[in-house]
Design a protein around this ligand. Structure first.
Ligand SMILES: [Zn+2]
Length: 130
């Protein structure tokens, strides 16, 4: 894990963005006008952390409300980069093969974050073959 939940929250608080954990109908949300991130407390810790990283990226970019699919994918990729280290990913893949769910569990992130990380790796591999 590159960053812990506590480190993320501290960084957000330093930027005057508050985080609240509530029962919430979505994994998380960022309300730009109120500088408030809400994370659904009724999900697994790995999903809470992943949602927090995702919403922190929205906050960083000043996004207000749900963005286009394209932007949401980018946000997920940026979140993946602050959560997953290349070394940890390589180790998890050695341990778990290519199976998505066990790797996500090993890394302590959501499956969506893992998939976003793999999209980045795929693009990097394509670039490095030229
Ligand atoms: Zn989003």
């Amino acid at each position: 894990m590159l960053v812990t939940e506590e480190q993320l929250i501290t960084e957000l608080e330093n930027n005057k963005i508050h985080v609240a954990y509530l029962t919430f109908p979505m994994t998380g949300a960022y309300f730009h006008a109120k500088k408030l991130i809400i994370i659904n407390i009724k999900q697994a810790p790995s999903c809470q952390l992943s949602a927090l990283a995702h919403e922190a990226i929205h906050a960083k970019h000043g996004h207000d409300g749900h963005q286009s699919d394209d932007i949401e994918l980018r946000v997920e990729e940026e979140a993946a980069q602050i959560l997953i280290s290349p070394t940890e990913y390589a180790l998890a893949e050695q341990l778990c093969g290519r199976h998505t769910a066990p790797i996500a569990e090993e890394l302590g992130v959501s499956i969506k974050i893992l998939e976003a990380y793999r999209r980045i790796l795929t693009r990097l591999n394509h670039v490095s073959t030229y």
